[in-house]
Ligand binder design. Structure first.
Ligand SMILES: Nc1ncnc2c1ncn2[C@@H]1O[C@H](COP(=O)(O)OP(=O)(O)OP(=O)(O)O)[C@@H](O)[C@H]1O
Ligand SMILES: [Mg+2]
Length: 252
């Protein structure tokens, strides 16, 4: 029996007259690592942001851990916002630009959300945060401020911060695009470890090596639609669609 963590159905999103997402659907099973690839401007970030309603889709629905939220006619009410808030509590998001709070230590950055949003006691949260920082290799840098960290360290802190909320699914938007190759590896290795532990992860990436080697499934998006999806080895070695072939030829 499949255990779906996330189901997105027919997500449509326009900005003004531009229809960016043409009706994208995606089911993700627990423990899957799904990579989303595609040319710049094809709607990858927009789709990812629609999954936790940082963007409001014009239509379509998202269901995460049985919390279902559908949009129609671009209408967005307070009830929608309350449901979105509930849904987001199951989602961890990591951005290219880290988005850490600069005036807080690494440890505080990781502790803030569980304390303020979930109301967990500071003693308990401190324990959880210290363990997570150990796990991402930042145990010794807890009391440092983000500005004194390398890009790879910042991104690992951002991952620990997202994990502190105990999400069911992690969404990453180009987590390594701002990083040098060696430093990217530190971050990707944390993501591989999370995969081994059974975390569900969706990653928008331009890193084709990672998409090919680490994913269970790759989605190729172009023009706001999923052109092709499948097992990475198959897709990279022998894409079925001409558009996928063209993209991979240019990027590889
Ligand atoms: N808030 C916005 N207002 C207007 N247009 C937007 C907005 N956000 C995104 N777009 C447009 O939507 C399209 C898709 O953008 P999106 O950021 O999703 O692409 P992407 O696939 O993530 O690209 P990249 O690989 O460069 O990050 C682009 O044409 C972009 O200019
Ligand atoms: Mg993007």
């Amino acid at each position: 029996m499949t255990d779906l963590v996330l189901q997105a159905k027919a997500i449509v999103k326009s900005f003004g007259a531009n229809k960016i997402l043409q009706g994208i659907s995606l089911d993700v099973e627990r423990g899957e690592l799904v990579s989303i690839i595609g040319p710049s401007g094809c709607g990858k970030s927009t789709f990812l942001r629609c999954l936790n309603f940082l963007e409001h889709p014009d239509s379509g629905s998202v269901c995460i851990e049985n919390i279902m939220l559908s949009c129609s006619g671009g209408h967005w009410s307070r009830k929608h916002e309350a449901q979105a808030h509930q849904l987001r509590s199951h989602v961890g998001m990591v951005f290219q630009a880290f988005n850490l709070f600069p005036h807080r230590t690494v440890l505080d950055n990781v502790m803030m959300a569980p304390m303020h949003v979930k109301g967990v006691s500071s003693v308990e949260v401190r324990d959880i945060a210290c363990n997570l920082l150990e796990k991402v290799g930042l145990g010794a840098l807890k009391e440092r401020y983000p500005d004194s960290l390398s890009g790879g360290q910042k991104q690992r802190a951002a991952i620990a911060r997202a994990l502190a909320m105990k999400p069911s699914v992690m969404l990453y938007d180009e987590p390594t695009s701002a990083l040098d190759p060696e430093v990217s590896e530190e971050v990707l290795s944390v993501m591989r470890d999370l995969d081994t532990e059974g975390m569900t992860q969706i990653v928008v990436t331009h890193d084709m090596r990672f998409a090919r080697a680490a994913s269970d499934r790759v989605l190729y998006i172009e023009g706001g639609q999923i052109v092709e999806s499948g097992e990475p080895e198959l897709m990279f070695a022998n894409p079925t669609h001409e558009r996928t072939r063209r993209f991979l030829r240019t990027i590889l």
